[in-house]
Ligand binder design. Structure first.
Ligand SMILES: *[C@@H]1O[C@H](CO)[C@@H](O)[C@H](O)[C@H]1NC(C)=O
Ligand SMILES: *[C@@H]1O[C@H](CO)[C@@H](O)[C@H](O)[C@H]1NC(C)=O
Ligand SMILES: *[C@@H]1O[C@H](CO)[C@@H](O)[C@H](O)[C@H]1NC(C)=O
Ligand SMILES: *[C@@H]1O[C@H](CO)[C@@H](O)[C@H](O)[C@H]1NC(C)=O
Length: 486
């Protein structure tokens, strides 16, 4: 099922929000309600740009700074013109935050960084472009910032900067001393949010982690807030491919203050279940992401070679994702029988099969088709070989648009092919609750007009699919033809 925050009460509202996301985006664009643009700090202004006040040199402000910064203060006081012309040597730390992105808030920093995990505080000492009004910045390092309810499940990280030695700000925080020094960059993220939902983990965390941390080629320390040991265990292969070091549990880090030469707080993210190549610093694409995933799981099949219908060789394999709560395929046994008769080797996959990623990624990679009713399990398409086909079964209720948003549009950029099977009014269990002359059947759009909760409760979470076997069989015959050769 789609993600829901742990709180049931809020869950339906927040989870249904995705449904009308395209609509919301349009409304936002039309009415200029774009999130307030607030970009903190300009990277790289030379120290000479500091105001007179900041250069005045309050001795107290140097308290607790490391030796290097104190030496800097001295030399500046001796001859500031020498210091000013000496811009080749980087002075102080750099900090740049971007709060204008729709998906996530992020901060990038380098220089003298000190992370105190237990208080979720990142101290940026001696910021060359320090401004008192920007000395404390708070952000939740999870890439779904438009969904208020889920963001509440993500711990807030505080970025506190302090002025260069000699800078005057009586209120400025004194960064704590380092207890451990790391010589690799840090990336701070959250394993909270919709962390039980495979689709959300991929779209909100794993793809963003890839965009943010892959460039370090393993020489990066990941720090997780809202640390979930089960999550870390489940995604261990991906985490090990991203970083050579175990993920640090920030919230209960007893090692005091960790210092890093550079850090990224919050993860880069471009869109739902996808990457916009033009926005990636490193030119990453969903193709390169899938190569990364294949390598993380040692998947053997980069490309699907269509099976031959006449040779009597191997049959094309179809993995059928079976849901156990909402949106079940009620007559799955008949559906499997039909697909088998048509010529597929069907691999049924329930929640237990799907949860072991090492095994299931290999199973999916050996398949030519992945099929299932709309839901998080379809995100396993990531493991398919190139040129394989994804079939989304769309439940009754005018859900085509939102279903395509999550699992239709993202398919082609992955090098996969997409087909859909949309259930008719005769292929749902809603007839057990509503008479056939009810608006649920005669005018589903009017249900959409009643809001997210109604759509969620009736169409998303309130029905199962019963495919009309005759119609389904006809569809699978077409599918078979399209995915095999003579
Ligand atoms: C932070 O600093 C920038 C650059 O000076 C400024 O535009 C922005 O308004 C500041 N933000 C806050 C919250 O003070
Ligand atoms: C901040 O994010 C927005 C949206 O992704 C992007 O257009 C902009 O270039 C970013 N700003 C900086 C300074 O990176
Ligand atoms: C509801 O529709 C399904 C599928 O068409 C059908 O099998 C079932 O008998 C119907 N149930 C009721 C109560 O009408
Ligand atoms: C992709 O698969 C289709 C049918 O399964 C086949 O016709 C086509 O040649 C394949 N393309 C490549 C590049 O393998």
């Amino acid at each position: 099922m789609r993600g829901r925050p742990k709180s049931k009460k809020h869950g339906s509202g927040a989870a249904a929000l995705w449904l009308l996301l395209p609509l919301l985006v349009m409304i936002v664009l039309k009415t200029n309600l774009l999130p307030q643009v607030a970009r903190y700090s300009i990277v790289g202004s030379p120290p000479s740009a500091a105001s007179g006040d900041e250069m005045a040199g309050d001795v107290d402000a140097t308290k607790g700074y490391n030796q290097q910064n104190q030496i800097d203060t001295t030399s500046r006081e001796e001859d500031s013109s020498v210091r000013n012309s000496d811009v080749a040597a980087p002075l102080g730390s750099k900090l740049s935050c971007n709060f204008s992105d729709h998906q996530s808030n992020t901060c990038t920093m380098e220089g003298d960084l000190r992370i105190h995990g237990k208080s979720a505080t990142v101290y940026v000492a001696s910021v060359s472009t320090y401004r008192p009004e920007n000395s404390t910045i708070k952000l939740r390092p999870y890439a779904r910032k438009w969904e208020d309810q889920v963001m509440l499940l993500v711990r807030e990280v505080t970025v506190r900067s302090s002025p260069p030695a000699g800078g005057a700000d009586d209120d400025a925080v004194t960064p704590p001393e380092c207890s451990i020094r790391h010589d690799v960059p840090a990336v701070v993220f959250s394993t909270g949010g919709y962390n039980r939902n495979f689709f959300h983990v991929m779209t909100d965390v794993i793809i963003p982690l890839y965009l943010t941390a892959r460039e370090y080629d393993g020489r990066v320390q990941l720090l997780a807030t809202d640390y979930e040991p089960k999550w870390i265990a489940k995604y261990k292969s991906i985490l090990a491919a991203l970083s050579a070091y175990p993920v640090i549990d920030m919230d209960s880090d007893d090692d005091g203050v960790r210092c890093f030469p550079s850090a990224r707080v919050g993860l880069e993210s471009h869109k739902e279940f996808g990457i916009v190549p033009g926005l990636s610093r490193n030119g990453y694409t969903m193709t390169s992401f899938r190569e990364f995933i294949r390598s993380a799981y040692s998947l053997q099949r980069p490309r699907a070679a269509p099976a031959s219908r006449s040779s009597g060789g191997r049959k094309p394999q179809l993995v059928l994702i079976l849901r156990r709560n909402s949106r079940q395929l009620k007559n799955e046994a008949d559906a499997i029988a039909a697909a088998t008769e048509v010529g597929f080797d069907v691999v049924p996959a329930g929640p237990d099969d799907v949860s072991d990623l090492e095994r299931f990624s290999a199973a999916v990679n050996s398949c030519d088709v992945l099929m299932g009713v709309h839901g998080a399990g379809l995100a396993n398409m990531l493991f398919l070989p190139d040129n394989a086909t994804v079939v989304q079964i769309i439940p009754w209720g005018e859900l085509k648009w939102p279903c395509r948003h999550s699992f239709g549009e993202p398919v082609a950029p992955m090098g996969l092919r997409y087909l859909e099977y949309e259930a008719t009014a005769d292929e749902t269990t809603l007839n057990e609750t509503y008479p056939r002359d009810h608006a649920v059947f005669t005018d589903p759009i009017s249900v959409h007009r009643q809001g997210f909760d109604k759509v969620w409760n009736i169409f998303i979470n309130g029905q199962h699919v019963i495919v009309d076997i005759k119609r389904f069989r006809g569809f699978v015959e077409q599918l078979y033809k399209a995915t095999t050769t003579e």
